[in-house]
Design a protein around this ligand. Structure first.
Ligand code: FCB
Length: 483
């Protein structure tokens, strides 16, 4: 592979703090394939993707990027790009393939062995692993027993966290309990555009609480099994902006902020659910799933908050005079993920968009990092995902030219830098994603990788953005986008 890492111009570069963790992120079901190997049993995403009509093109993760067999090649690629950290997720169905609501069942040596070898391969080339314990791929048996709306799922998750932290905690310095519980709860159980595809608002709110509880139980389990490791959770916080300064648009923004941000931030950081969200949703749930003691578990100390940011969220009051606009970036299900938001709409925005139709506005990155920095001073922050899909093509000369992704990364890295300058304690950044991969309900139709994957040959080709990012990692600095 010929390295074409661009040199940083000395003037006008944005320098990052020494030791900043430049990394890439992936998730198990999106890249691994090998869905029946090592004793792995189905997850909700195996079932969902094999259900006709659920995923674009009928795509599924049976092979995906075949990372399960090619992980050494992928680690070598990251080393060549000079990455310092790698965030990956563990497939629960590989670790305890016989889990039921009543118990974890036997731990799979093959399952743990795969991730243990991956960790060793990373450490051998100086890449720090960050392990996400849950990136949406619930074992199907637990869904059959009620899924996240059932408390037993959270309890089993705590036990599973102890197993993984016990096996990897001597080498992994950071465990992220959950990835984006907003998506698991609302896209999985309210709008149904993600697995398991249910459309039941009360179930979705029960899932919200049990995901929060699962985080708390896992945090405690990690502390005990791996006392040296840091504990994190990754949230997809929304930068919610009312379209106008009218009181009605402000009310729409309050509701959306409550359901997406505060219903996770408040219990995790402050040990309580926001009173306005409980009131807004009273017609759907009495929240009796919250038991005495749960909030103490959920608000256990946190070392790092993972922030995923892609796109802004603009809302306005829906007057019902025109068909409702639903440009919230979360797919067009028949049902909405926005519970108790009957008067809210998400207007289409002018301006540049990615291939997902997501508006590009890096200001949200700065705003969200500063918001959480203000809300919990001293809590370390990590951008655990940020990136963009574009319809990249491998050119006959073997290059993938993706100037739009380079521009996206550059502007969002500048936004992270602005947050650092304003005092937000950001310790690292993971580009989403290392590889083109299975983009959930969109299948392989959306390419987020800085590395192109040919899905026929599975050949990996770093895009121009990979070399841009390699230069950033090498120089610990970003060429100033406005220069
Ligand atoms: C996030 C997910 C990640 C990927 C990106 C594009 O919501 O965590 O797996 O799909 O979006």
């Amino acid at each position: 592979m010929t390295s074409t890492i661009p040199a940083a111009a000395d003037a006008d570069t944005l320098r990052f703090p020494a030791g900043f963790l430049w990394g890439a992120a992936t998730a198990a079901y999106q890249i691994e394939g090998a869905v029946t190997e090592g004793g792995r049993t189905p997850s909700i995403w195996d079932t969902f993707s094999h259900t006709p009509g659920r995923v674009t093109g009928g795509d599924h993760g049976d092979v995906a990027d075949d990372h399960y067999h090619r992980f050494r090649e992928d680690v070598a690629l990251m080393a060549e790009l000079g990455l310092r950290s790698y965030r990956f997720s563990v497939s629960w169905s590989r670790i305890t393939p016989q889990v039921t609501a009543d118990g974890l069942g036997p731990v799979s040596a093959a399952g743990l062995g795969f991730y243990s070898e991956l960790v060793d391969a990373l450490l051998a080339v100086g890449i720090t692993p960050s392990v996400t314990l849950y990136h949406w791929d619930l074992p199907q048996a637990l869904e059959d027993a009620g899924g996240w709306p059932a408390r037993a799922t959270a309890e089993r998750f705590g036990e599973y966290a102890a197993v993984v932290a016990g096996a990897l905690g001597d080498r992994v310095p950071l465990f992220i309990t959950l990835n984006e519980p907003w998506c698991s709860a609302y896209l999985g159980y309210a709008s149904g555009v993600h697995a398991p595809g249910r459309t039941d608002d009360a179930a979705a709110l029960a899932a919200v609480h049990h995901l929060n509880l699962a985080h708390g139980l896992a945090a405690a389990a990690i502390r005990e099994a791996a006392p040296a490791a840091k504990v994190a959770v990754t949230l997809n916080l929304a930068w919610v902006r009312p379209e106008t300064d009218s009181a009605l648009d402000a009310e729409a923004a309050r509701r959306v902020d409550g359901l997406q941000n505060r219903v996770f931030l408040d219990p995790i950081l402050h040990g309580s659910y926001p009173a306005d969200v409980l009131a807004d949703t009273a017609g759907v749930s009495d929240w009796s799933v919250v038991r005495p003691g749960d909030l103490e578990i959920i608000s256990a100390p946190l070392d790092v908050l993972g922030v995923n940011y892609y796109s802004p969220t603009v809302v306005r009051h829906w007057t019902r005079e025109r068909p409702r606009e639903t440009a919230d970036g979360h797919g067009a299900g028949a049902a909405t993920p926005w519970i108790a938001c009957d008067d809210v709409e998400f207007p289409h925005q002018p301006g540049p968009k990615t291939d997902m139709g997501w508006s590009i506005d890096p200001r949200g990155m700065t705003e969200l990092l500063l918001r959480v920095a203000r809300e919990r001073p001293g809590l370390e922050l990590m951008v655990t995902e940020n990136g963009a899909a574009f319809p990249d093509e491998l050119q006959p000369d073997g290059r993938v030219r993706d100037p739009e992704r380079v521009a996206y990364l550059r502007s969002h890295l500048a936004a992270v830098h602005a947050a650092l300058e304003a005092g937000a304690p950001v310790i690292g950044y993971c580009v989403w994603s290392l590889l083109d991969n299975f983009e959930w309900a969109w299948g392989y139709a959306k390419r987020f990788g800085v590395v192109h994957v040919d899905y026929t040959t599975l050949v990996r080709t770093p895009k121009d953005s990979a070399w841009f990012y390699a230069g950033v990692a090498r120089d610990n600095a970003v060429p100033n986008p406005s220069a």
